[in-house]
Design a binder for this molecule. Structure first.
Ligand code: 5AD
Ligand code: SF4
Length: 501
C-alpha cells in the first residue's frame, strides 16, 4: 500500500508527519512521491496564516476527480487546520474521509484501516481535541496529548538530525495567534521520556537534535521535589554520547533566564544560536499583540544574551501590518532591526485568524499593499545586515555538519520535480559515492554553508574555509591539510573542539 503525505508549516508538523509515517509503515505502507498512485493521501496542515490554509484547500480541490474515479483512495486532513476547521473541511471537500487534530495523530492508522474496511459504504471519520473552553484544564490537556512513540529516520530532514518534542501547546495567547487554540494548553514532557528518546536517536546515528516547543524556554517539569527547567534538560542531554549538537526552538523573550544563558554558554554541544522572536519594535503594537514585554525589555534581554554568550547568533520573527500599525510604528520595527543585527529574520504579513483575540478586538485595517511594502522594506534591511555580517566569516574556517546535496544539486539530479517525497520515497537512485557534487551543511550557529564534496561526507563534521557569502548562505571549500608530501582532503569526522560559527 502506498502513502503520499504533504506537510506544511513548522518543525512541529514535520515531526508529527515523521511519526504518522512511522506508524503507517507498521501497517505495511510505503511512501510514494506522487499522489496519483497513492492509496492514502494525507495533508498535515498549518493554520498560522490564511495562505497556508488556502494552499491545502486548493490541493484538496484538485483531488475531487481522483476520488470520483478511485473511491477507494483514502484522503485525510491532519494537524492544525483539522483542529481549527473540523467538520467544515467535510463541507468544503465532501470527498475527504478523515479529519484528525494534532492531539489524535496516534489514531491515524486505526482510522485509515476502518475507512478502508468500510469500502463503498463510507462514513467520514473525525477525531479532534477539546476546545480551550470545553472542559476542565486536565481534560483539555489530556485531549491534546502529543504522540511521540516511534521514530522513522527516513522521514527526518537527514538521518543525522532529528527533532525532539519537549513541550506541546501554548498559554501565551498573543492576540494574533491561533496556536493556543489548535495545539492546546502548554504541557512539558517528562525529562525521562525526552532523554530516552534522545538516547535512542543517538543509537540510530543521530548527531544533532533540535528540541521543539512553541515557547521552548518556558519548559518546566515537576518531578517530585525537583523542577526541571530547559537548562537542566540541556545539561542531561549533553551527557548523551553520540549527540554532538543540541539546538532548541522557539524561545519566548520573557523566559530567556540567566540559567539558560549560562547553559548555552557553558555546554559546548549546545549551539550558540537562539531564535527569539520580537514580532515588532513598537511598544503600542506589542501591547496590542499582548506579547507581555516592551521593546526596552527585549533590548535588555538581547544585550544580556550577547554579554553572556559571545558570538551568539540571534534570529527573530516579525509580523508587519498588524492591526492599526502606523508608519511610525513600522519605522520603530525598522530601527530595532537596524540596531539588533539579527542573523536573520522571518517576516510575515499579518493574517487575521478567526477565533483569536486579535480578530475579535481589532480591525485588520492595514491594506495588503502596505503590508507587502513593509514586508519588502524590512526584508531588504535584514538582508543587508545578514550579508554584511556574513562577510565577517570570509577566510575563516568553520565546522559544518554535512546535511546532503544542496538544493541546486538535488534539482540537477532529479529534474525540476524536487518534492521532498520523491527523495524520501527513493524515487531516483543516488549518484555514485565518489562523484563530486554541491553539498550543504550547517555551522554550529545554524549558518548554511554550500561547498563541493562527495556523498561520503554526508553526516560528518567537516572543516570548511569560507570564500564567499551572501545574506543567506556561506560558500566554502573543504579544508585541505598537508599530510606528508601530498594534499589530502579530510573526509573523516572530527571532534567538537574546532566547532565555531
Ligand atoms: N499572521 C502572520 N504571522 C503570524 N505568526 C503567527 N501568527 C500569525 C498571524 N496571524 C508568525 C509569528 C510567529 C511565526 C511562527 O508566525 O511571527 O513567530
Ligand atoms: Fe503563538 Fe504567542 Fe504562543 Fe508563540 S507565544 S505560539 S506567537 S501565542
Amino acid at each position: 500500500m502506498k502513502l503520499y503525505i504533504e506537510t506544511v508549516g513548522c518543525q512541529m508538523n514535520e515531526l508529527d508527519s515523521e511519526l504518522v509515517v512511522a506508524s503507517l509503515r507498521k501497517d505495511g505502507y510505503e511512501l510514494t512521491a506522487s499522489a496519483s498512485d497513492a492509496d492514502t493521501i494525507l495533508f498535515n496542515t498549518c493554520s498560522v496564516r490564511q495562505h497556508a490554509e488556502d494552499k491545502i484547500y486548493s490541493a484538496l480541490g484538485r483531488l475531487k476527480n481522483a476520488k470520483r474515479e478511485q473511491p477507494g483512495k483514502v484522503i485525510g486532513v491532519l494537524g492544525c487546520m483539522a483542529q481549527k476547521d473540523q467538520a467544515l473541511i467535510f463541507k468544503r471537500a465532501p470527498y475527504v474521509d478523515l479529519v484528525v487534530g494534532p492531539g489524535q495523530l496516534h489514531q491515524v492508522p486505526a482510522l485509515v484501516r476502518e475507512i478502508r474496511a468500510q469500502g463503498g459504504s463510507r462514513t467520514q471519520q473525525m477525531e479532534v481535541s477539546l476546545g480551550r473552553k470545553d472542559g476542565s484544564r486536565a481534560q483539555i490537556e489530556r485531549s491534546h496529548e502529543s504522540f511521540d512513540p516511534l521514530r522513522d529516520p527516513s522521514m527526518r530532514p537527514t538521518p543525522y538530525q532529528a527533532y525532539v518534542r519537549i513541550m506541546i501547546g501554548c498559554d501565551k495567547f498573543c492576540t494574533y495567534c491561533i496556536v493556543p487554540s489548535v495545539r492546546g494548553p502548554e504541557q512539558s514532557r517528562p525529562p525521562r521520556d525526552i532523554l530516552a528518546e534522545s538516547r535512542q536517536l543517538a543509537g540510530e546515528g543521530c548527531k544533532e537534535i533540535t528540541l521543539l516547543g512553541q515557547t521552548v524556554n518556558s519548559y518546566r517539569y515537576r518531578d517530585g521535589d525537583r523542577t526541571w527547567r530547559l537548562s537542566d534538560l540541556l545539561e542531561s542531554l549533553h551527557e548523551i554520547e553520540g549527540i554532538e549538537r543540541i539546538k532548541f526552538v522557539t524561545n519566548y523573550p520573557k523566559d530567556m533566564t540567566n540559567d539558560l544563558l549560562a547553559a548555552v554558554r557553558d555546554l559546548p554541544k549546545v549551539s550558540k544560536y537562539l531564535h527569539v522572536p520580537v514580532q515588532s519594535g513598537s511598544n503600542a503594537v506589542l501591547q496590542r499583540m499582548k506579547r507581555g514585554y516592551t521593546v526596552e525589555e527585549y533590548r535588555e534581554m538581547l544585550s544580556r544574551t550577547r554579554d553572556w554568550i559571545p558570538g551568539v547568533a540571534v534570529t527573530s520573527d516579525f509580523i508587519v501590518g498588524f492591526c492599526g500599525e502606523t508608519d511610525d510604528e513600522f519605522q520603530m520595527t525598522m530601527d530595532l532591526v537596524r540596531e539588533s543585527r539579527f542573523k536573520n529574520s522571518f517576516i510575515f504579513k499579518y493574517s487575521e485568524r478567526p477565533g483569536t483575540k486579535g480578530a475579535e478586538l481589532f480591525a485588520d485595517d492595514v491594506p495588503d499593499e502596505v503590508k507587502r511594502r513593509r514586508n519588502n522594506e524590512l526584508l531588504a534591511l535584514q538582508n543587508e545586515i545578514s550579508e554584511a555580517d556574513n562577510h565577517a566569516f570570509l577566510g575563516q574556517e568553520m565546522t559544518v555538519l554535512v546535511e546532503g546535496p544542496s538544493k541546486a544539486a538535488e534539482k540537477k539530479a532529479m529534474g525540476e520535480d524536487v518534492a521532498s517525497n520523491s527523495e524520501r520515497a527513493g524515487a531516483s537512485p543516488p549518484p555514485a559515492f565518489s562523484e563530486q557534487l554541491q553539498l550543504t551543511g550547517r555551522t554550529h550557529c545554524d549558518r548554511i554553508v554550500v561547498f563541493t564534496g562527495n556523498r561520503r561526507q554526508i553526516g560528518h563534521f567537516l572543516p570548511i574555509v569560507i570564500y564567499d557569502a551572501n545574506a543567506h548562505t556561506l560558500f566554502g571549500e573543504v579544508v585541505t591539510r598537508h599530510t606528508g608530501p601530498e594534499l589530502v582532503k579530510l573526509t573523516l569526522p572530527i571532534g567538537l573542539e574546532a566547532q565555531s560559527g
